[in-house]
Design a protein around this ligand. Structure first.
Ligand code: BT5
Length: 275
């Protein structure tokens, strides 16, 4: 990415990881931290580290990304020193069929962490966006590697717009994106938010393994703003319309079509439509 002088001079300072390490009480997450001032993509690096045997909970974090990735080959805009770009290597003790629950667990943890930094509660947009007032504040990219009956590793990549001023957002995202700064009208400490996120994700990850998905699913539903709303779902080149009913125990979105038939949607892009 080419950064204009304007963007450079407006950027904040690099993350202070020592202050994060000092207060960290998480049992698994963040016990190994790899920091980069700039990287291609923290997810790509995390995959490589995981393939080389990185431990459960290893954290890769960067102050900017030159090739930040979204789903389906999309791009994640990642300017320096104002946002958070990070990936965790997880090695959950779950069968591969339950691995998709990791994305939903991460969304609950992320929404929990963001709550106290925002003037209004965040919402989850299935499956992987955190929105505020209908605009995208954060995204999650989960990538996994599974054996026949075990999950080898899951990479949970998270991008959060923190102190990202509206006028520095490129045209491609400006109308649909927001940041904590835009919502609160003042900067927040990225270190405080990161520390909080590591704690909340560590807690939710433990809950998923120990108590199963049911409780997390109900918390997910509480953040899901579109239950009962008419939505449009794009699945590759197919488009489906219907009413969002929530999620099932595997984390699939339940969609009731216009004939009353229930569909389980396991991947796709959802947008609300007016009734
Ligand atoms: C996502 O994809 O929302 C997942 C984003 C995950 C990014 C993190 S950053 C750390 C880690 N390392 C990586 O390389 N990735 C992860 P998706 O649902 O496909 O959304 C992508 C779309 O969101 C783009 O096509 C844009 O429309 C929009 N977008 C891109 N950058 C954005 C930003 N900074 N803020 C809000 N929206 C953005």
């Amino acid at each position: 990415m080419i950064i204009s002088e304007n963007q450079r001079s407006s950027a904040g300072s690099p993350l202070d990881l020592n202050s994060i390490r000092q207060g960290l009480t998480a049992q698994r997450l963040g016990t190994e931290i790899h920091y980069f001032a700039e990287i291609g993509s923290t997810n790509t690096y995390a995959r490589r580290l995981a393939a080389q045997g990185a431990r459960d909970g290893a954290l890769i974090i960067a102050d900017s990304q030159t090739d930040g990735r979204g789903r389906l080959g999309r791009h994640w805009v990642s300017p320096p020193n104002m946002n958070l770009y990070l990936s965790f290597v997880l090695r959950p003790k779950l069968p591969p069929s339950r691995a998709p629950q990791i994305t939903l667990m991460a969304a609950v943890a992320l929404a929990d962490a963001l709550r106290s930094f925002l003037p209004v509660p965040p919402a989850i947009k299935w499956p992987n966006d955190i929105t505020v007032n209908g605009k995208k504040l954060a995204g999650i990219l989960t990538e996994m590697s599974c054996g026949d009956d075990t999950v080898d590793f899951v990479i949970v990549g998270i991008g959060i717009n923190v102190n990202y001023p509206f006028d520095l957002m490129p045209e491609e995202i400006r109308q649909r994106a927001t940041s904590i700064l835009v919502e609160r009208q003042r900067n927040v400490s990225r270190e405080d938010l990161l520390w909080r996120l590591i704690k909340d994700l560590d807690r939710c990850y433990g809950e998923l393994e120990e108590n199963g998905f049911a409780l997390l699913a109900s918390r997910w539903e509480a953040y899901f703003g579109w239950r009962g709303r008419r939505v449009r779902i794009e699945i590759l080149d197919q488009v489906l319309f219907g009413t969002a009913k929530g999620i099932d125990h595997d984390g699939a979105l339940l969609l009731e079509d216009d004939h009353g038939k229930l569909h389980r949607v396991i991947a796709g892009d959802v947008t609300p439509v007016n009734p």
